[in-house]
Design a protein around this ligand. Structure first.
Ligand SMILES: [Fe+2]
Length: 286
């Protein structure tokens, strides 16, 4: 049956804006259609949805099992006050996420995807960017493809947050999730998408320590790949309006937050869909 879903392509290698439906009230046929669109375009943007937390969780569950149902991504405390822009551990996690990454590559099973919604946005800045790692892999020259084909890296939240002097400590409001994974998951630099069969780069800020290379050589190669990957029409940055909802495929997109005046409030809600154990586990967790 024909539906009224309207799909507008971003002028990029991925991503569409989807209008003409209410995510809080989806028909089964629309849910099936959205799943197919998601696999094809990797990022779906739904303006003007204003989902409640329960509606967001229900929507996210259409795409798989949950790694966690919902959490605020916010620089605002429960009492409405703004967190310290530098010294607060929650803000250190926000600042870390301004570097390109895939979600939960530091966990034994990396995320399949994420749903993200905007509840309070700053006057300027605070965009979210995504970068297409399938197109990035395809754009590499053959020498680089050959060089990285059999390489793997460790992924660690302790590693990536050390730069922000963020480490687990008992009195912190953010010291648990992701810090305690031992051993750190070991993941190939080239990942095959379990549903499309296409190869993509699996890199980002949590990756380090490629065996057979010095620390410096490994970092230089990963920096080079990250820089090459995240540019041109492989990148899209979304300026949020309150009520927007998105879902992205974390198996082949990286993402980053853009900075804003951290004395201004930005309140987002994040739901994380778990990867399949057979295809998103670290090689040392299979
Ligand atoms: Fe993230």
């Amino acid at each position: 049956m024909k539906t009224s879903i309207s799909v507008t392509h971003l002028d990029k290698t991925f991503g569409v804006i989807v209008e003409g439906l209410k995510l809080a009230d989806l028909k089964n046929s629309q849910a099936d259609e959205l799943y197919k669109l998601w696999i094809e375009h990797h990022l779906l943007i739904f303006p003007n949805q204003h989902l409640s937390q329960d509606e967001q969780i229900k929507f996210a569950k259409l795409f798989g099992e949950m790694e966690f149902d919902i959490t605020p991504i916010s620089n605002v405390r429960k009492d409405g006050s703004i967190r310290d822009p530098v010294n607060d551990d929650i803000v250190k996690s926000l600042r870390g996420n301004m570097e390109w990454h895939h979600d939960s590559t530091y966990m034994p099973i990396q995320a399949k995807g994420s749903v993200f919604t905007a509840h309070q946005v700053p006057a300027t800045g605070g965009e979210t960017g995504w970068a297409d790692m399938t197109s990035a892999y395809e754009a590499l020259d053959q020498d680089m493809k050959d060089k990285i084909e059999d390489l793997s890296a460790y992924h660690s939240y302790t590693y990536s947050q050390a730069k922000y002097k963020h480490k687990p400590q008992a009195e912190s409001e953010f010291s648990g999730y992701g810090f305690d994974v031992d051993p750190p998951p070991f993941r190939p630099l080239v990942k095959t998408h379990p549903e499309t069969g296409k190869k993509s780069l699996l890199i980002g800020r949590h990756a380090y320590g490629i065996p057979g290379m010095t620390k410096e050589e490994s970092k230089a190669l990963l920096d080079k790949l990250n820089d090459f990957a995240c540019q041109g029409d492989r990148v899209y940055h979304h300026s949020w309006k309150v009520g927007d909802a998105v879902i992205w495929d974390n198996r082949n997109l990286m993402h980053q937050a853009c900075t804003w005046d951290l004395t201004e409030a930005r309140v987002m809600y994040h739901s994380r869909i778990q990867g399949e154990p057979a295809t998103e586990s670290g090689l040392n967790y299979l």
